[in-house]
Design a protein around this ligand. Sequence first.
Ligand SMILES: [Zn+2]
Length: 139
Amino acid sequence: MTSTTRPVPFPDDVTEGFWDSVRARTLRIQRCGACSRFNHAPSLTCPSCGSENLSYEPVSGRGTVYSYTVLDDAPGPGFAELVPLVVVVVELVEQPGLLMVANLLGATGADVRIGAAVTVEFEEISEDCVLPQFRLAEV
Ligand SMILES: [Zn+2]
């Protein structure tokens, strides 16, 4: 059995559709049935139009680096072996301003630049926890 000392997500009624999809190795993002806008992080009502008609739709898992930082010091227990850790804000291709925060796997701060193409990768950090991370896209 694998386990982790890293902090793990605790899905609730609003976010469990997102985490269910991640466990199934697909990326689904909350989308409004009224105005068709994607929304992340998930919320109870659409931030654009206020509708409660929200569901989870599959997205491509492709995006670009919107912003990033490199953590040289472990931010908490369980991260010691991961530093330096590249944390990225990714703008998904489906919609301008649709942002996700994740780790950039397999890259150092010297490898990453704003606007770089990335693709989602599902990292199993413990037996029952999968996280959506990103990796620089092949060019
Ligand atoms: Zn809406």
